[in-house]
Design a protein around this ligand. Structure first.
Ligand code: EPU
Length: 358
Protein backbone atom coordinates (compact mmCIF):
# COMPACT_ATOMS: atom_id res chain seq x y z
CA UNK A 1 0.00 0.00 0.00
CA UNK A 2 1.29 3.46 -0.81
CA UNK A 3 2.41 5.94 1.78
CA UNK A 4 0.64 8.62 -0.32
CA UNK A 5 3.77 10.67 -0.96
CA UNK A 6 4.34 8.42 -3.95
CA UNK A 7 0.99 9.37 -5.43
CA UNK A 8 2.01 12.46 -7.38
CA UNK A 9 1.77 11.90 -11.08
CA UNK A 10 1.88 13.81 -14.34
CA UNK A 11 -0.11 17.02 -13.68
CA UNK A 12 -2.72 16.19 -16.31
CA UNK A 13 -3.19 12.50 -15.59
CA UNK A 14 -4.28 10.49 -12.61
CA UNK A 15 -3.26 7.00 -11.66
CA UNK A 16 -5.25 5.50 -8.79
CA UNK A 17 -3.32 3.72 -6.07
CA UNK A 18 -4.34 1.72 -3.02
CA UNK A 19 -3.98 3.90 0.08
CA UNK A 20 -4.32 3.90 3.83
CA UNK A 21 -6.81 6.61 4.87
CA UNK A 22 -6.32 6.25 8.64
CA UNK A 23 -4.22 9.41 8.83
CA UNK A 24 -6.53 11.22 6.40
CA UNK A 25 -9.59 11.26 8.68
CA UNK A 26 -9.55 13.18 11.95
CA UNK A 27 -11.41 10.38 13.76
CA UNK A 28 -8.36 8.23 12.99
CA UNK A 29 -10.61 5.33 11.94
CA UNK A 30 -8.73 2.53 10.23
CA UNK A 31 -9.75 2.67 6.59
CA UNK A 32 -8.25 1.68 3.27
CA UNK A 33 -9.09 2.80 -0.24
CA UNK A 34 -8.82 0.45 -3.20
CA UNK A 35 -8.41 3.38 -5.59
CA UNK A 36 -7.16 6.75 -4.40
CA UNK A 37 -6.15 9.87 -6.32
CA UNK A 38 -4.92 13.19 -5.02
CA UNK A 39 -6.17 16.23 -6.92
CA UNK A 40 -3.68 19.09 -6.79
CA UNK A 41 -4.59 21.05 -9.91
CA UNK A 42 -7.75 21.87 -11.89
CA UNK A 43 -5.91 20.44 -14.91
CA UNK A 44 -6.49 16.95 -13.47
CA UNK A 45 -10.27 17.32 -13.41
CA UNK A 46 -11.04 15.97 -16.90
CA UNK A 47 -8.92 12.91 -16.05
CA UNK A 48 -10.90 12.55 -12.82
CA UNK A 49 -14.18 12.48 -14.73
CA UNK A 50 -12.82 9.82 -17.08
CA UNK A 51 -11.69 7.72 -14.11
CA UNK A 52 -15.04 8.19 -12.37
CA UNK A 53 -16.79 6.59 -15.35
CA UNK A 54 -14.66 3.50 -14.91
CA UNK A 55 -15.02 3.26 -11.14
CA UNK A 56 -18.69 4.12 -10.86
CA UNK A 57 -18.65 5.51 -7.34
CA UNK A 58 -16.57 8.53 -6.31
CA UNK A 59 -16.08 9.85 -2.82
CA UNK A 60 -14.52 13.29 -2.43
CA UNK A 61 -12.30 13.51 0.63
CA UNK A 62 -11.26 16.92 1.98
CA UNK A 63 -9.65 17.29 5.41
CA UNK A 64 -11.47 14.16 6.58
CA UNK A 65 -12.84 16.06 9.57
CA UNK A 66 -16.52 15.34 9.06
CA UNK A 67 -16.58 11.74 7.93
CA UNK A 68 -17.05 8.30 9.43
CA UNK A 69 -15.00 6.18 7.04
CA UNK A 70 -15.74 2.46 6.70
CA UNK A 71 -12.88 -0.03 7.01
CA UNK A 72 -12.80 -0.48 3.24
CA UNK A 73 -13.68 2.23 0.76
CA UNK A 74 -15.02 0.86 -2.49
CA UNK A 75 -15.00 2.99 -5.62
CA UNK A 76 -12.69 5.91 -6.24
CA UNK A 77 -11.53 8.25 -3.47
CA UNK A 78 -10.67 11.71 -4.81
CA UNK A 79 -8.62 13.62 -2.26
CA UNK A 80 -9.08 17.34 -2.81
CA UNK A 81 -5.79 19.21 -2.40
CA UNK A 82 -5.96 22.17 -4.82
CA UNK A 83 -4.18 25.12 -3.12
CA UNK A 84 -4.16 28.89 -3.55
CA UNK A 85 -5.42 32.04 -1.81
CA UNK A 86 -5.84 35.37 -3.58
CA UNK A 87 -7.55 38.70 -3.23
CA UNK A 88 -9.90 39.09 -6.20
CA UNK A 89 -11.14 42.58 -5.44
CA UNK A 90 -10.76 45.29 -2.80
CA UNK A 91 -14.31 46.59 -2.97
CA UNK A 92 -15.31 49.53 -0.82
CA UNK A 93 -17.84 47.38 1.01
CA UNK A 94 -15.89 44.10 1.09
CA UNK A 95 -12.66 42.22 0.51
CA UNK A 96 -13.38 39.58 -2.08
CA UNK A 97 -11.09 36.62 -1.46
CA UNK A 98 -10.83 33.27 -3.22
CA UNK A 99 -9.28 30.07 -1.88
CA UNK A 100 -8.61 26.68 -3.42
CA UNK A 101 -10.80 23.87 -2.12
CA UNK A 102 -7.78 22.00 -0.78
CA UNK A 103 -6.55 24.82 1.47
CA UNK A 104 -6.68 24.07 5.18
CA UNK A 105 -9.57 26.11 6.62
CA UNK A 106 -7.82 27.41 9.73
CA UNK A 107 -4.69 28.29 7.76
CA UNK A 108 -6.87 30.24 5.34
CA UNK A 109 -8.59 32.18 8.17
CA UNK A 110 -5.20 32.98 9.71
CA UNK A 111 -3.78 34.08 6.35
CA UNK A 112 -6.76 36.41 5.74
CA UNK A 113 -6.28 38.09 9.13
CA UNK A 114 -2.58 38.61 8.42
CA UNK A 115 -3.54 40.43 5.23
CA UNK A 116 -6.11 42.56 7.06
CA UNK A 117 -9.05 40.74 5.43
CA UNK A 118 -11.01 40.39 8.64
CA UNK A 119 -14.35 38.66 9.11
CA UNK A 120 -13.71 34.93 9.41
CA UNK A 121 -12.15 35.06 12.91
CA UNK A 122 -15.17 33.46 14.65
CA UNK A 123 -14.60 30.41 12.46
CA UNK A 124 -10.99 29.92 13.61
CA UNK A 125 -9.68 26.43 14.34
CA UNK A 126 -12.50 24.54 12.61
CA UNK A 127 -10.80 21.45 11.21
CA UNK A 128 -11.11 20.61 7.52
CA UNK A 129 -10.61 22.24 4.15
CA UNK A 130 -11.99 25.32 2.41
CA UNK A 131 -13.76 23.08 -0.11
CA UNK A 132 -15.59 21.16 2.62
CA UNK A 133 -16.69 24.31 4.44
CA UNK A 134 -19.72 25.04 2.21
CA UNK A 135 -20.83 21.38 2.21
CA UNK A 136 -21.96 21.57 5.81
CA UNK A 137 -22.12 25.38 5.97
CA UNK A 138 -19.70 25.46 8.88
CA UNK A 139 -20.52 27.76 11.75
CA UNK A 140 -19.29 28.68 15.19
CA UNK A 141 -19.53 31.45 17.77
CA UNK A 142 -22.25 33.42 16.02
CA UNK A 143 -21.02 33.28 12.41
CA UNK A 144 -21.99 30.82 9.69
CA UNK A 145 -20.12 30.42 6.44
CA UNK A 146 -23.11 31.55 4.32
CA UNK A 147 -22.89 35.02 5.92
CA UNK A 148 -19.46 35.52 4.35
CA UNK A 149 -19.97 33.47 1.19
CA UNK A 150 -19.98 34.93 -2.30
CA UNK A 151 -19.79 31.97 -4.66
CA UNK A 152 -17.93 28.83 -5.61
CA UNK A 153 -16.62 26.88 -8.57
CA UNK A 154 -17.54 23.21 -8.54
CA UNK A 155 -16.46 20.53 -10.96
CA UNK A 156 -19.36 18.39 -12.07
CA UNK A 157 -17.57 15.05 -12.05
CA UNK A 158 -20.34 13.29 -13.92
CA UNK A 159 -20.66 15.80 -16.78
CA UNK A 160 -17.03 16.88 -16.81
CA UNK A 161 -17.60 20.63 -16.57
CA UNK A 162 -17.02 23.54 -14.17
CA UNK A 163 -20.14 25.17 -12.74
CA UNK A 164 -20.26 28.54 -10.95
CA UNK A 165 -22.68 28.67 -8.02
CA UNK A 166 -24.06 31.56 -6.00
CA UNK A 167 -25.23 31.29 -2.38
CA UNK A 168 -28.75 30.74 -3.64
CA UNK A 169 -27.61 27.82 -5.80
CA UNK A 170 -26.00 26.17 -2.75
CA UNK A 171 -29.25 25.98 -0.68
CA UNK A 172 -27.51 26.75 2.59
CA UNK A 173 -29.22 25.95 5.89
CA UNK A 174 -27.99 25.10 9.39
CA UNK A 175 -25.09 22.65 8.79
CA UNK A 176 -26.61 21.84 5.44
CA UNK A 177 -26.35 22.58 1.70
CA UNK A 178 -27.28 21.02 -1.62
CA UNK A 179 -23.99 19.10 -1.55
CA UNK A 180 -25.37 16.87 1.19
CA UNK A 181 -28.44 16.04 -0.92
CA UNK A 182 -27.36 15.92 -4.57
CA UNK A 183 -26.12 12.59 -5.88
CA UNK A 184 -23.09 11.57 -3.79
CA UNK A 185 -19.82 12.06 -5.64
CA UNK A 186 -21.20 14.47 -8.20
CA UNK A 187 -19.44 17.67 -7.12
CA UNK A 188 -15.89 18.56 -6.33
CA UNK A 189 -15.61 22.06 -4.86
CA UNK A 190 -12.58 23.56 -6.54
CA UNK A 191 -12.55 27.16 -5.25
CA UNK A 192 -14.66 29.21 -2.84
CA UNK A 193 -15.10 33.00 -2.89
CA UNK A 194 -15.84 35.09 0.17
CA UNK A 195 -17.02 38.68 0.62
CA UNK A 196 -15.62 39.95 3.92
CA UNK A 197 -17.59 43.09 4.84
CA UNK A 198 -15.83 46.45 5.25
CA UNK A 199 -15.72 48.12 7.67
CA UNK A 200 -15.14 45.14 9.91
CA UNK A 201 -17.52 44.66 12.83
CA UNK A 202 -16.83 42.07 15.50
CA UNK A 203 -19.53 39.47 16.18
CA UNK A 204 -19.53 38.94 19.92
CA UNK A 205 -23.06 37.77 20.67
CA UNK A 206 -22.23 34.16 21.53
CA UNK A 207 -22.31 33.67 25.34
CA UNK A 208 -18.89 31.97 25.50
CA UNK A 209 -17.31 34.94 23.72
CA UNK A 210 -19.00 37.50 25.94
CA UNK A 211 -17.69 35.69 29.00
CA UNK A 212 -14.13 35.46 27.69
CA UNK A 213 -11.77 37.64 29.79
CA UNK A 214 -10.21 39.40 26.79
CA UNK A 215 -13.61 40.49 25.50
CA UNK A 216 -15.82 40.77 28.62
CA UNK A 217 -14.63 44.25 29.58
CA UNK A 218 -15.50 45.89 26.25
CA UNK A 219 -17.95 48.78 26.12
CA UNK A 220 -21.39 47.89 24.73
CA UNK A 221 -21.54 47.45 20.95
CA UNK A 222 -22.18 50.68 19.07
CA UNK A 223 -20.99 53.00 21.82
CA UNK A 224 -17.51 53.38 20.33
CA UNK A 225 -15.68 52.70 17.12
CA UNK A 226 -15.17 49.01 17.73
CA UNK A 227 -12.15 48.85 15.42
CA UNK A 228 -10.13 51.02 17.77
CA UNK A 229 -11.09 48.92 20.79
CA UNK A 230 -10.61 45.47 19.40
CA UNK A 231 -8.85 43.66 16.62
CA UNK A 232 -10.09 40.68 14.66
CA UNK A 233 -6.96 38.94 15.88
CA UNK A 234 -8.16 39.32 19.51
CA UNK A 235 -11.46 37.65 18.58
CA UNK A 236 -9.54 34.93 16.71
CA UNK A 237 -7.36 34.32 19.78
CA UNK A 238 -10.41 34.16 22.06
CA UNK A 239 -12.19 31.69 19.75
CA UNK A 240 -9.07 29.51 19.60
CA UNK A 241 -8.75 29.56 23.39
CA UNK A 242 -12.42 28.62 23.90
CA UNK A 243 -12.26 25.82 21.36
CA UNK A 244 -9.02 24.42 22.84
CA UNK A 245 -10.65 24.42 26.26
CA UNK A 246 -13.74 22.47 25.20
CA UNK A 247 -12.95 20.52 22.08
CA UNK A 248 -10.41 17.72 21.78
CA UNK A 249 -7.51 18.27 19.37
CA UNK A 250 -7.86 15.63 16.62
CA UNK A 251 -4.05 15.35 16.53
CA UNK A 252 -4.21 14.08 20.12
CA UNK A 253 -7.55 12.28 20.27
CA UNK A 254 -9.49 11.30 17.15
CA UNK A 255 -12.83 13.06 16.66
CA UNK A 256 -15.00 14.77 14.05
CA UNK A 257 -16.18 17.80 16.04
CA UNK A 258 -19.87 17.83 16.93
CA UNK A 259 -21.24 14.40 16.10
CA UNK A 260 -24.88 15.50 16.11
CA UNK A 261 -26.65 18.60 14.83
CA UNK A 262 -28.51 20.68 17.35
CA UNK A 263 -32.13 19.60 16.73
CA UNK A 264 -34.71 22.22 15.77
CA UNK A 265 -38.18 21.84 17.30
CA UNK A 266 -41.49 23.71 17.13
CA UNK A 267 -42.35 26.41 19.70
CA UNK A 268 -45.01 24.12 21.23
CA UNK A 269 -42.58 21.28 21.59
CA UNK A 270 -40.04 23.61 23.14
CA UNK A 271 -42.62 24.95 25.62
CA UNK A 272 -43.65 21.49 26.80
CA UNK A 273 -40.03 20.35 27.13
CA UNK A 274 -39.12 23.49 29.06
CA UNK A 275 -41.98 22.91 31.46
CA UNK A 276 -40.69 19.45 32.28
CA UNK A 277 -37.00 20.37 32.11
CA UNK A 278 -36.48 23.98 33.25
CA UNK A 279 -32.71 23.73 32.64
CA UNK A 280 -33.18 23.00 28.91
CA UNK A 281 -30.70 24.96 26.74
CA UNK A 282 -32.47 26.31 23.64
CA UNK A 283 -32.03 29.17 21.18
CA UNK A 284 -35.01 30.86 19.47
CA UNK A 285 -34.79 30.81 15.65
CA UNK A 286 -35.93 33.52 13.24
CA UNK A 287 -38.82 31.32 12.09
CA UNK A 288 -40.28 30.93 15.60
CA UNK A 289 -38.84 27.45 16.19
CA UNK A 290 -36.15 26.59 18.75
CA UNK A 291 -32.73 25.00 18.37
CA UNK A 292 -31.97 22.70 21.31
CA UNK A 293 -28.41 22.19 22.56
CA UNK A 294 -27.86 18.51 21.73
CA UNK A 295 -24.78 18.53 23.99
CA UNK A 296 -27.01 19.39 26.95
CA UNK A 297 -29.51 16.61 26.12
CA UNK A 298 -26.72 14.03 25.82
CA UNK A 299 -25.02 15.30 28.95
CA UNK A 300 -28.28 15.06 30.92
CA UNK A 301 -28.63 11.45 29.80
CA UNK A 302 -25.34 10.79 31.58
CA UNK A 303 -23.20 10.12 28.52
CA UNK A 304 -20.43 12.69 29.03
CA UNK A 305 -17.09 10.94 29.48
CA UNK A 306 -18.53 7.45 28.97
CA UNK A 307 -17.22 4.82 26.55
CA UNK A 308 -18.51 1.86 24.61
CA UNK A 309 -15.58 -0.21 23.47
CA UNK A 310 -13.07 1.99 21.67
CA UNK A 311 -15.59 4.79 21.08
CA UNK A 312 -16.29 7.42 23.72
CA UNK A 313 -18.01 10.68 24.56
CA UNK A 314 -15.65 13.58 25.22
CA UNK A 315 -15.49 14.54 28.88
CA UNK A 316 -15.82 18.31 28.32
CA UNK A 317 -18.34 18.42 25.44
CA UNK A 318 -20.93 15.66 25.19
CA UNK A 319 -21.67 16.50 21.55
CA UNK A 320 -18.25 15.23 20.51
CA UNK A 321 -17.59 11.51 20.07
CA UNK A 322 -13.98 10.38 20.28
CA UNK A 323 -11.83 7.48 19.20
CA UNK A 324 -10.20 6.18 22.37
CA UNK A 325 -7.76 4.15 20.26
CA UNK A 326 -8.27 1.67 17.45
CA UNK A 327 -11.97 2.44 16.94
CA UNK A 328 -13.64 1.50 13.67
CA UNK A 329 -16.70 3.02 12.07
CA UNK A 330 -18.89 0.31 13.62
CA UNK A 331 -17.77 1.29 17.17
CA UNK A 332 -18.59 4.97 16.60
CA UNK A 333 -21.95 4.13 15.02
CA UNK A 334 -22.89 1.75 17.85
CA UNK A 335 -22.18 4.45 20.43
CA UNK A 336 -24.05 7.06 18.39
CA UNK A 337 -27.03 4.70 18.13
CA UNK A 338 -27.14 4.15 21.91
CA UNK A 339 -27.01 7.91 22.55
CA UNK A 340 -29.77 8.60 20.02
CA UNK A 341 -31.98 5.94 21.60
CA UNK A 342 -31.51 7.42 25.09
CA UNK A 343 -32.21 11.00 24.00
CA UNK A 344 -35.26 9.85 22.06
CA UNK A 345 -36.60 7.84 25.01
CA UNK A 346 -36.12 10.66 27.51
CA UNK A 347 -36.88 13.80 25.48
CA UNK A 348 -38.71 12.47 22.42
CA UNK A 349 -36.15 14.26 20.24
CA UNK A 350 -34.38 12.73 17.21
CA UNK A 351 -30.69 13.50 16.93
CA UNK A 352 -29.27 13.68 13.44
CA UNK A 353 -25.58 12.89 12.88
CA UNK A 354 -23.49 15.67 11.38
CA UNK A 355 -20.61 13.71 9.80
CA UNK A 356 -21.01 12.10 6.41
CA UNK A 357 -20.92 8.32 5.95
CA UNK A 358 -19.56 7.37 2.53
N1 EPU B 1 -23.75 21.74 26.97
C1 EPU B 1 -23.87 20.94 28.07
N2 EPU B 1 -23.12 19.82 28.14
C2 EPU B 1 -22.25 19.46 27.17
C3 EPU B 1 -22.14 20.28 26.02
C4 EPU B 1 -22.88 21.42 25.94
O1 EPU B 1 -24.66 21.23 28.98
O2 EPU B 1 -21.61 18.42 27.32
C5 EPU B 1 -24.49 23.00 26.89
C6 EPU B 1 -23.53 24.17 27.12
O3 EPU B 1 -23.39 24.47 28.46
C7 EPU B 1 -24.19 25.30 26.37
C8 EPU B 1 -24.92 24.57 25.25
O4 EPU B 1 -25.01 23.20 25.61
O5 EPU B 1 -25.13 25.93 27.18
C9 EPU B 1 -24.24 24.74 23.91
O6 EPU B 1 -22.90 24.26 23.98
P1 EPU B 1 -21.73 24.93 23.12
O7 EPU B 1 -21.72 26.39 23.30
O8 EPU B 1 -20.47 24.19 23.43
O9 EPU B 1 -22.13 24.71 21.63
P2 EPU B 1 -22.84 23.50 20.88
O10 EPU B 1 -24.24 23.88 20.55
O11 EPU B 1 -22.64 22.25 21.62
C10 EPU B 1 -22.26 24.37 18.48
C11 EPU B 1 -21.67 23.82 17.22
C12 EPU B 1 -20.15 23.77 17.34
C13 EPU B 1 -19.65 25.19 17.57
C14 EPU B 1 -20.31 25.76 18.84
C15 EPU B 1 -19.97 27.21 19.04
C16 EPU B 1 -23.30 22.33 16.24
C17 EPU B 1 -23.72 20.92 15.99
N3 EPU B 1 -22.20 22.50 16.95
O12 EPU B 1 -21.98 23.45 19.52
O13 EPU B 1 -19.65 23.34 16.10
O14 EPU B 1 -18.25 25.22 17.71
O15 EPU B 1 -21.75 25.67 18.73
O16 EPU B 1 -20.63 27.98 18.09
O17 EPU B 1 -23.98 23.25 15.77
C18 EPU B 1 -19.02 21.37 14.91
O18 EPU B 1 -20.01 21.57 14.21
O19 EPU B 1 -18.25 20.40 14.71
C19 EPU B 1 -18.78 22.24 16.04
C20 EPU B 1 -17.83 22.02 16.94
Amino acid sequence: MSNLSASSTDPDTLTPIAADLTALNTFGLASTAQAYVRIVSPRQLPALSALAKRHGRVFVLGGGSNVVLPSTMDGLVAHMAIPGIRLLEAREDAWVVEAGGGENWHGFVDHCLRQGWDGLENLALIPGTVGAAPVQNIGAYGVELDQRFLGLSAWDIERGEMIEMSARDCHFAYRDSRFKHDEPGRWLIVAVRFALPRPWRPVLDYPDLQRHPALASLPPAGSIDTRTALSARAVFDAVCAIRREKLPDPAVIGNAGSFFKNPIVTADRHASLRQRYPGLVAYPQKDGRYKLAAGWLIDQCGWKGRSMGAAGVHDRQALVLVNRGGARAADILALAGAIRADVKARYGVDLEPEPVRP
